[in-house]
Design a protein around this ligand. Structure first.
Ligand SMILES: *Cc1c(COP(=O)(O)O)cnc(C)c1O
Length: 346
């Protein structure tokens, strides 16, 4: 099987952990594992003296928690809505009845930062919610420009870095990001089921709201201080995350990003060669999004049925996405391109 979704093909040592018996988690050993994970995570994203909360939940769980615990304490949120994940911020704000302004960005376009500033001046938000990479289109936003606007207008910045973390450089302290999120099946390329919230140091004494029992920040912080989760953790996933953090710490975040970038650029060149339009104005490393020219209704099923290959269909006709976070060689990518061409020209 070859997977170009989230996660992609997973490293063998990580897979092995998934086949082992599961140790009890209310132990000194498990607490130590969790504390080590937290330290490695904070150093990967450069969040000195910050904290993390790791939920047994997919990425949307962490987004939900942020809106319920944090955004609900604010006067007004500005949401960068450049696709289905920006739309999710918007829907969460509506769900929790948070006052918000929905700043819509066209499909696969970059933000017009001057216009964004005009909206900020007009709407006067005190918190901004965005994606670093809008995974539904492949568009990477300029997080430095967003962060500079937030600093200038004193707006708290929350970044969904779920599909950019470990694919693009991201430095929380330098950008003065208050809260960031990632999740297990994206950058870490381990099975889905864990989401991680990073809190910068200045968020630690914040008077968070209590609007959801399971996701309550204060209760989770209290338990995580001793390396425990308030409710049953997905123990195996924590062990896989621990191993993956050790691997990444050893190789270095920059090296990992370079590897993803190499695969991404290689495949993007193949797309160009193949005459496939890539709509992203500023393409992210994590995925390649492209339009095929024919037989778009056959490509997904034929790859699954004939080759056990998974790619991600997009929200528009003929639009597909390939993730570059998984274990894949340049030859794999070349073969994938050739197979799609074959189906396309049948
Ligand atoms: C995957 C993803 C999420 C979370 O989706 P889940 O299905 O809940 O894991 C959120 N934001 C972005 C940018 C993503 O890529």
């Amino acid at each position: 099987m070859q997977s170009y979704v989230f996660p992609g093909n997973i490293d063998k040592d990580i897979l092995k952990i998934g086949s082992r018996q599961i140790p009890y988690m209310r132990t000194f050993e498990f607490s130590n594992t969790v504390k080590q994970i937290e330290q490695m995570l904070l150093s990967m994203i450069n969040c000195d003296n910050g904290r993390t909360i790791i939920y047994t939940a997919s990425g949307t769980g962490a987004m939900d928690a942020i809106v319920a615990n944090y955004v609900s304490t604010k006067r007004k949120a500005l949401i960068i809505n450049g696709g289905s994940f920006g739309q999710r911020w918007f829907e969460l704000c509506k769900y929790y009845r948070c006052n918000c302004f929905n700043y819509v960005v066209e499909f696969a376009r970059d933000i017009e930062y001057d216009k964004l500033e005009d909206s900020i001046i007009k709407e006067k938000p005190d918190v901004l919610l965005c994606q670093h990479h809008e995974t539904s289109t492949g568009q990477l936003f300029n997080i430095k420009k967003i962060a500079d606007l937030c600093k200038k207008h004193q707006i708290s910045l929350v970044v969904d870095a779920i599909s950019s973390f470990l694919a693009e450089p991201l430095n929380m302290d330098e950008l003065e990001i208050d809260i960031c999120i990632t999740s297990s099946q994206k950058g870490f390329n381990i099975p889905p089921g864990l989401s991680i919230i990073f809190f910068s140091q200045n968020m630690l004494n914040y008077p968070f709201n209590h609007k959801g029992y399971y996701f309550d920040f204060i209760e989770n912080f209290r338990n995580l201080t001793r390396g425990q989760t308030p409710y049953s953790p997905a123990t195996t996933l924590f062990l896989q995350l621990h191993e993956r953090c050790k691997q990444i710490t050893q190789m270095g975040v920059a090296t990992l990003i370079d590897e993803v970038k190499l695969k991404s650029e290689f495949f993007k060149n193949l797309c160009k060669e193949s005459g496939w339009l890539m709509p992203a104005q500023t393409p992210a490393n994590a995925i390649t999004g492209f339009f095929v020219n024919r037989n778009e209704d056959k490509i997904f099923r034929s790859l699954v049925e004939e080759k056990e290959i998974y790619i991600m269909p997009g929200s528009r006709k003929g639009f597909f996405r390939i993730s570059h976070m998984g274990v894949q060689t340049l030859q794999d990518l070349q073969d994938l391109r050739d197979m799609i061409i074959l189906i396309e020209t049948r």
